[in-house]
Design a protein around this ligand. Structure first.
Ligand code: WT7
Length: 659
């Protein structure tokens, strides 16, 4: 790294919390045991993963070859020759092994009285029926199905029905706009689309069907659209294209019996879009054997998930967290998983804790942004309910600031529960860096150590491993079963994004350092990706949305520190000469981004700037813009390459006026 790119860490956290003494049944019981397992997993990677895959999943046919890979191509194959089905691993085998009447999914709707419990048997029946519906609509193995639904049981049912018949699903978070939806559907070429009438969110009703209607006008691949009513919204049904879920499920020809499709280990399981530093979102895709092994493995060890546990991951299934830790991980293990439709603060800021008491939740997994939002509401809300069933707490999505960590630890964890701070990505399929709850001593704000089987390192710009406490790029040197297998339809981008920066290793895009104990401290993205409330947004996408507005000639977007969201979006906008800088236009620009991408991407602050800092070759120097919004203008670094240094002074003045 050049001097100006060097990643400086300001964190000086040095508190240490030891794991609870002796939990007899824990998967991994001590740091020594973790270290022994870790060493073995690195020295005999194939042996380690073969054992795990064998223990955790039911294979219709055992694999011929554990691992075959070449990061230069890149190409990664796990458990080749193996045959299995994800839906059968999540359902059928549990019905045969004594969990037939156990709760698989507990759905908690927006209102407290709205609860649905699906036993493994019931879920199996619904999944089989819907799989038959899809087949009747002409969906075949390999066809893609796009799903755009709120957090209702039909979402999980649709996912498992897709995997049952070997049709990769592509779930699009219901907060995305019609344009984002359209681009994703077209990128994966979905044949069938599943949508709802609306989303219930903290007492509000947000329409959904109009977004699908708008998108589908420009999605030639979609032949049929299935609609699941939830919000009692009035909707338009398009003749010949739209069908109601209930109508299709009640068709007398549809039976409960749907044999699962035998899939190759490396057959695609799903596609999930995520933002990168450049261009359009990438369709990250995962495959069957490796992803399922990894989801089950991490769910079992990181959450120490036991048969009697009630597991609650508060994420939306539209993100990878929900894929791996509401549906595939917990159900593969035969556990009970809660699916929550509402928000942390509805009807009041005690909702999470009320739900924990109600279902005697044992494992609770949420995001730092939610913890910070609840922390602001005061401790009193946490005292209203009995939280004694909780055994393990977790966080994901962004670094957790030590203050929020301590609040979680004291108020929810009764100062004794382990907190697993899990670092991972859409691309990794499951946790990568994380404590093991009964083994790893914790440091607030650190995702601690790599999980067994993960060869993580921090390297400098030349790919050389750096010393203790030196910042660098977080890379993973060996494949793991849950890693992405590609970018849908664009293997060139797969290579360029993840394997070109540091040849021979996987590049995460995050900066980090390791302390003297080998603990990892994540310092955030090194590329132009902004993390808003634990969700990745590419600056390029937001900028191109802004520039698509008729008034805008140029835009640059950076992340600004935000108390609750972690980061929020700060946009510098240069207008075309004939437009005036006023509040109405600012509102209009915000609305425009909401419409183009979704509410998450709407800029928190817009600063009109007559010009932007550029190099002589015309590149916007985002580094400087970032420094300004971080309030760190005393040290702008090297500005000698600026074409016009006076631009910066104007921008700083503008910033100071706004903030
Ligand atoms: C990016 C991945 C993994 C599911 C949710 C987000 C950041 C994630 C942590 C953590 C620090 C974290 C990273 C990563 N991130 N977890 N525990 N500590 N940073 O998935 O949208 O693919 O985003 O989120 O920057 O690269 P995603």
């Amino acid at each position: 790294m050049t001097e100006e790119q060097k990643i400086e860490s300001l964190s000086k956290e040095n508190r240490l919390f030891n794991p609870p003494a002796d939990f007899p049944g824990a998967c991994v019981k001590s740091l020594e045991e973790y270290k022994a397992i870790y060493d073995r997993s690195i020295n005999d990677m194939e042996g380690f993963w073969a054992e795990r895959a064998d223990e955790l999943l039911t294979w219709d046919k055992k694999w011929d070859n554990v691992l075959d890979y070449d990061f230069d191509k890149p190409e990664i194959k796990w458990f080749e020759g193996g045959k299995l089905n994800a839906s059968a691993n999540c359902l059928d085998r549990h019905i045969e092994n004594g969990r037939r009447n156990k709760a698989a999914l507990i759905w908690q709707g927006e209102e407290d009285h709205e609860v649905k419990v699906y036993t493994y048997d019931m879920l199996h029946r619904e999944v089989c029926r819907f799989a038959n519906v899809l087949k009747k609509l002409g969906v075949e193995k390999g066809d893609r199905v796009s799903i755009y639904l709120p957090m209702i049981p039909e979402l999980a049912i649709a996912m498992l029905a897709c995997t049952r018949i070997g049709a990769p699903h592509s779930i699009i978070f219901a907060g995305f706009s019609s344009n984002s939806l359209r681009d994703r559907i077209n990128d994966c070429g979905a044949k069938v689309h599943i949508t709802g009438d609306g989303v219930l969110r903290g007492g509000r009703k947000i329409p959904l069907k109009p977004n699908s209607d708008e998108a589908l006008k420009e999605c030639p691949s979609v032949e049929q659209c299935i609609v699941v009513p939830r919000a009692n919204n009035e909707i338009e049904m398009v003749e010949g294209r739209d069908r109601l879920w209930s109508e299709l499920m009640e068709d007398p020809e549809i039976t409960d019996n749907c044999p699962y499709e035998l899939m190759d280990s490396e057959d695609p399981l799903f596609i999930l879009y995520t933002s990168g530093s450049t261009g359009k979102p990438k369709g990250v895709f995962h495959t069957t054997g490796g992803y399922m092994t990894y989801a089950a493995h991490t769910c079992q060890w990181v959450f120490d998930l036991k048969d009697d546990d009630v597991h609650w991951c508060t994420a939306d299934i539209g993100w990878v967290t929900g894929h791996s830790y509401i549906v595939y991980g917990p159900l593969a293990l035969g556990a009970t998983s809660i699916m929550f439709e509402s928000v942390p603060t509805y009807p009041d800021p005690a909702r999470f804790w009320q739900v924990c008491e109600k279902f005697r939740v044992n494992i609770f997994y949420t995001a730092p942004t939610a913890i910070r939002a609840l922390m602001r509401e005061g401790d009193q809300w946490t005292k209203k309910y009995d939280l004694s069933s909780l055994r393990i707490l977790g966080t994901v999505g962004e670094p957790i600031n030590p203050e929020a960590w301590m609040w979680y630890h004291e108020n929810i964890g009764a100062e004794k529960l382990p907190i697993v701070d899990t670092w991972w990505q859409t691309e990794t399929g499951g946790h990568i860096l994380s404590p093991l709850p009964y083994a790893t001593p914790l440091k607030p704000g650190s995702a601690t150590l790599p999980l067994p089987g993960i060869d993580a390192a921090i390297v400098d710009r030349h790919g050389e491993e750096v010393g203790p406490n030196e910042g660098g790029f977080l890379v993973i040197r060996k494949p793991w079963p849950g890693m992405l297998r590609g970018v849908w339809g664009n293997q060139e981008r797969f290579k360029q994004q993840y394997f070109q920066g540091f040849p021979g290793v996987y590049e995460s895009g995050d900066g980090a350092r390791r302390d003297e104990d080998g603990y990892f401290w994540i310092m955030g993205r090194v590329d132009d990706v902004i993390n808003v409330s634990g969700h990745r947004l590419g600056t390029a996408e937001i900028e191109s949305a802004l520039v698509s507005h008729p008034a805008v000639s140029e835009a640059a977007v950076v992340g600004m520190p935000h108390e609750v969201k972690g980061q929020s979006i700060y946009a510098y906008v240069t207008l075309k000469a004939e437009y005036d800088e006023d509040d109405d236009l600012m509102k209009d620009l915000r609305m425009h981004v909401r419409k183009e991408i979704g509410p998450l991407a709407a800029p928190e602050v817009i600063q009109f700037a007559p010009s932007l800092p550029k190099t002589r070759s015309g590149k916007i120097m985002r580094r400087i813009l970032r420094k300004i919004v971080e309030g760190d203008t005393s040290n702008l670094g090297d500005t000698s390459t600026l074409a016009d240094p006076s631009v910066v002074t104007d921008l700083i003045e503008g910033y100071e006026e706004i903030m």
